[in-house]
Design a protein around this ligand. Sequence first.
Ligand code: JA8
Length: 228
Amino acid sequence: MRFDVLTLFPDIFTGYLSQSLLNKAIDRDLVHVDVHDMRRWSTDKHQKVDDRPYGGGPGMVLCVKPVVESVEDIQKAGNTPGRVVLLTPQGRQLNQKVIEELAQEERLLLLCGRYEGFDQRVTDILQPDEISIGDFVLNGGEVAAMVVIDSVIRLIPGVLGDETSAVDDSFSEGNRHLEFAQYTRPRDFRGHVVPEVLLGGNHEEIARWRREQSYLKTRERRADLLDE
Ligand code: JA8
């Protein structure tokens, strides 16, 4: 799967992209990520890509020209045109179902805004899939784009190691519950002991205990998941 990220702050992605899980996936050609600095498409001598809003008001608005032209050029540069995703608090809210849908795509273009957002004509012309990661406001779409990449790539076959599977995760299809508590050595840390059932080796009993723990935790913290 190929990701093209369009941002005014490409450096924000370097640390994230250098993590080993992602690098192994990149080395094995399962994932490809290109980060593009939208300032490259500015025709202004100071590389300006934003301007004051018509009608007045605080802050700056991202200009239509560099955004639309960067998307057009980047689309042309690839083999297949990608689905354009615009990260914005005005979008539909991201959840595991949306992630599963995005993971089906061959290519995604992730548009990261800053300031007071994009000129309305960006949305009118590109008709992007507008996505929000939650009801809170970030300073820009970059962190939201990393959230999308991080949750999408783990659904790509071969990206997670054999020992880790995305299939039985809390929010995977048909699995709407919270995870049971996990323990590892030591058995006793300052008097906090591992539940006896996990030490016995009775796998049927362990499975039953975990199902019950998972249900109780979900009922207590996220009863809304049980209603679905
Ligand atoms: C923001 Br500015 C900006 C751009 C994208 C997003 S997604 C979110 N929750 N907040 C803020």
